[in-house]
Design a binder for this molecule. Structure first.
Ligand code: PLP
Length: 428
């Protein structure tokens, strides 16, 4: 018997186990892992949340990037998801890396990536990290204020500096220019000061905000960058590189890339190198998370015969669903396994046609730890069942905590729905 509802009706099940789509490959991996657990006698934690990562999806996103933004060399933003296999694949594919701290720089250098493929893209750095970057030969770094220039003069006067300018990020999910980026009326002063200190400014960087939705933000930012290139030229700097940051989202990528590409053609001659710092774009869709129903509370609806349920999972806002809090996401639960004993209980169906209503909660003590306020499924779900969530690759596990003693590191099962990715990673 098969209780994996989506897989049940998929061609995979009717095709002698032949897997013919990435989604089927992922579901098969989810199912295999869950089936391997004997829920009645397993070790404590064996039924913890886990991920299935499709490295083929990361590979496809890279090919899509190259097709749509051929001028822009991606420096993957490690903070978004520092998964070792993702980093290894990207290193093999030849991308650069945007690092925000000593640990991230160290993780990349350990893969034998040349320091010139790293940009330390954090305008307000720790002194000792700047010294570490200097010792490792990681020269490229950003700045946006005079205090940072003093720091760099003291600890790494040979650094190759990118002046980060602020952008109009009002249409993005996570605004970054509230915190970083020099206003356009301060850039001349900063460049003059950098010249006085004898520092080497080699480029401009910006970020239009993570989860950006207005392509014109790119247009405006590239135009502002052009102004700063001219200001730098007047002061004798030889600017060579523009860093267009991140902010790209899978569903709108082509539209964004098209406007960005036109802006680059308009404002940046072909001798200027262009790099970018995409994070979310590369990994969001590559990771699927499965979580186990650890408890259930039945709610008798007042004044009606119907019931609804509160489901408690072994992962929540303080864990991999940190993206709800920090990244303004709204992950959608899907049923992976509805247990054997739970057949549809018509009495429990709310508003009949719409299925049974659930709210979904994390495992900690805190009332804020809610994954979904209201969702309806056709199945009665109970303790021991499994849900899964797609699009869980960006800003999820990297910002998980250990609150209430729950683990912040979970198993990742790797699959690859692209031969190219398999070959690069030696997977079979
Ligand atoms: N670069 C910098 C400096 C960032 O702060 C971030 C995200 O916070 C990124 C790149 C990655 O952004 P995204 O994931 O939106 O592509």
């Amino acid at each position: 018997e098969d209780y994996f509802d989506e897989a049940k009706s998929s061609p995979l099940e009717h095709n002698n186990g032949v897997i013919n789509s990435p989604k089927q490959l992922i579901r098969a991996a989810l199912k295999k892992r869950v089936e391997s657990i004997d829920h009645d006698i397993c070790e404590a934690g064996e039924e913890d949340t886990f991920f299935v990562a499709d490295l083929g999806e990361v590979y496809r996103q890279h090919m899509r990037w190259k097709k749509n933004l051929p001028r822009v060399k991606p420096f993957y933003a490690v903070k978004c998801n520092p998964d070792p296999q993702v980093l290894r694949l990207l290193a093999e594919l030849g991308t650069g890396f945007d690092c925000a701290s000593k640990t991230e720089i160290e993780q990349i250098l350990k893969m034998d990536v040349h320091p010139s493929r790293i940009i330390y893209a954090q305008p307000c750095k720790t002194n000792s990290y700047v010294r570490y970057a200097a010792a490792q030969g990681v020269k490229q770094m950003t700045f946006d204020n005079t205090d940072e220039l003093h720091k760099i003069k003291k600890f790494f006067p040979d650094a190759e500096l990118f002046l980060r300018i602020s952008t109009d990020d009002s249409a993005s999910l996570c605004r970054l220019s509230l915190k970083f980026g020099a206003a356009m009326d301060t850039t001349q002063e900063l460049l003059t000061f950098a010249k006085e200190l004898g520092l080497n400014v080699v480029g401009v960087s910006f970020h239009v905000g993570s989860g950006a939705s207005d392509p014109m933000a790119f247009w405006q930012a590239v135009r502002d960058a052009r102004t700063v290139f001219d200001q730098a030229h007047e002061r004798g700097f030889d600017m060579q590189t523009l860093d267009v940051g991140g902010g790209f989202v899978g569903v709108t990528f082509e539209a964004m890339a098209s406007v960005l590409g036109q802006a680059l053609d308009e404002f940046m001659p072909s001798n200027i190198n262009i790099i970018g710092e995409p994070g979310r774009y590369y990994v969001a869709s590559a990771f699927t998370l499965a979580s186990h129903v650890i408890a259930r509370r039945t709610i008798q609806q007042p004044g009606s015969l119907g019931k609804s349920y509160m489901l408690y999972l072994n992962d929540g806002l303080y864990g991999n669903f940190s993206s709800i809090m920090f990244d303004h996401q709204n992950p959608i639960a899907k049923v992976l396994r509805a247990s054997e004993s739970c057949y549809l209980d018509t009495e429990a169906v709310n508003d009949s046609a719409d299925g049974i209503e659930y709210s979904i909660w994390g495992p900690t003590c805190d009332g804020i730890d809610q994954i979904s306020k209201s969702i309806r499924f056709d199945h009665v779900l109970d303790v021991g069942d499994w849900l899964y969530f797609e699009e869980m690759g960006a800003y999820t596990k990297c910002s998980a905590t250990r609150f209430n003693g729950f683990s912040d590191s979970h198993e990742v099962i790797y699959v690859a729905s692209e031969q190219g990715a398999k070959a690069l990673l030696g997977m079979n």
